[in-house]
Design a protein around this ligand. Sequence first.
Ligand code: A2P
Length: 284
Amino acid sequence: MTEMTTVTEAAAPAPKLPTLPDAQTVTEVKHWTDRLFSFRCTRPASLRFRSGEFVMIGLMGDPDPKTGKQKPLLRAYSIASPSWDEELEFYSIKVPDGPLTSKLQHIQVGDEIILRPKPVGTLVHDALLPGKRIWFFATGTGFAPFASLLREPQTYEDYDEVIITHTCREVGELQYSHDLIESLKHDELLNELIGEGFWKKIKYYPTTTREESPKMGRITDLMRSGKVFEDLGVPPINPQDDRAMVCGNLAFNLDIKDLLESYGLEEGANSKPAQYVVEKAFLD
Ligand code: A2P
């Protein structure tokens, strides 16, 4: 006993051994509201991904009452950090009785999460044909892939204008997107990499539906009425100039898809690039 203690104290601090398969270590956690949080973790050296893609992440589930065995509890999460970032960032909802997020919301710096290093997804630049203007349409945590794409140099190389709409129930739920877009103005690395003032290409259009804010209403209604185009000073969406990426709840994705088709845009894929792409938000 004594001997062991002595050896441990004398040695250099031993690296913490991963206790989970595909373990990564949490490096930062931020709680935005009682329903939303974001966190950062280490990135596996071998993980290559395209900004806008998602991976499976999670924790070990509770032990099986009969066998005592634990199985990983995994969900698809869009990577919110850009492809060049040394770490990975995720933006998540907290569902009180959600199998994963009820636990995940309690993670702290130094904890481990499971991260399967197999990125996939349709919200990638490769799935779109060249255009003049890119629209990112998000509700709630559907903003996550756009947090990645807004920090991706290719977004600004490919387009003259970058429009991001974010619809949430309450004002506090817009804080993450607001802060992220503000941070771009002061990001020395990106301003140097992409070009000083690159962020001036961004038009941010946040709206709320259940709490008073400067811009109220569902983005779908604001598109149908033409208000969003008027507010932003851009022409209505058309297949020559506009490209779109969509990420929100299922009903939202379908409604925006219908609207985009009504403007004459066609859905693209990695294998057949076109004018818009859709992903569903991955909720618990
Ligand atoms: P609303 O408050 O009118 O339902 P949720 O938290 O339910 O995922 O919704 C996030 C935001 O997306 C809310 O502001 C919600 O508006 C809006 N929303 C939900 N469904 C749609 C839809 N089909 N079209 C447009 N906005 C939607």
